[in-house]
Design a protein around this ligand. Structure first.
Ligand code: AMP
Length: 217
């Protein structure tokens, strides 16, 4: 199976789509955001730095992400394909990722760009809730994606929480960061002829069906 990369603005539903791909194809989902959220819980200098950076909506230092990505991709479970989400986030990281792929002998695979309106994202950002136990993502502003019992995960009964950066103020910073830093990598992958665009202004199911078609190619 080919590797998959998701590029999308914050709250576009990358995490939800990645979970659906994992469920169907059983490949690992490597999210730098998830890994960094784990690091932010550590009682250490780096834990504190990551926690503050995440809450502000800024990007953490490139060097921190390089090491954690390379270490994660080297693991056995990535040999038959993986989904990478949240990395690369700027053009420097895209060049570094090219080098990491060459070093590990991996192909870039499918680069899937989920294109979505800012207005839709603003609506989603305040409703997102995540299970602290199994990471299932809900949206309380969308009846179809709400949990059956308020604040409780349908899958495992875990408690739902709201990300510290899921507020409109941090969203503005994250969105501006996305436009400034991440959008240039879309051109990078378009030039390499590996980019496929998916319209994200649609239901979770319809977006997944479009992604699934690409993945099966
Ligand atoms: P995400 O879960 O992908 O929305 O990421 C949440 C936050 O983690 C971002 O706003 C950044 O602060 C940080 N982050 C995630 N991926 C990266 C990356 N590749 N480079 C730098 N910071 C990142």
């Amino acid at each position: 199976m080919k590797n998959i990369m998701f590029i999308a603005p914050p709250a576009a539903g990358k995490g939800t789509q990645a979970e659906l791909v994992v469920e169907k194809y059983g490949i690992p989902h490597i999210s730098t955001g998830d890994i960094l959220r784990e690091i932010s819980k550590e009682d250490s200098e780096i834990g504190k730095y990551v926690q503050e950076t995440l809450a502000s909506g800024q990007l953490v230092k490139d060097e921190i992400t390089y090491q954690l990505i390379e270490d994660r991709l080297k693991r056995e479970d990535c040999k038959n394909g993986y989904i990478i989400d949240g990395f690369p986030r700027n053009i420097e990281q895209a060049h570094e990722y090219d080098k990491i792929l060459a070093k590990l002998g991996y192909d870039i695979g499918h680069v899937i760009y989920i294109n979505i309106d800012k207005k839709t994202l603003e609506k989603r950002i305040t409703g997102r809730r995540i299970c602290e136990n199994c990471n299932t993502i809900y949206n309380i502003n969308d009846p179809k994606n709400s949990p059956q019992v308020e604040s409780v995960c349908d899958n495992c009964g875990g408690k739902l929480y709201q990300r510290s950066d899921d507020n409109l103020e941090a969203f503005e910073t994250r969105y501006a960061m996305y436009q400034e830093k991440t959008e240039p990598i879309i051109h990078h992958y378009r030039e390499k002829n590996v980019l496929v665009e998916v319209d994200g202004n649609d239901t979770v199911e319809n977006i997944f069906s479009k992604i699934d078609k690409i993945v099966r190619q």
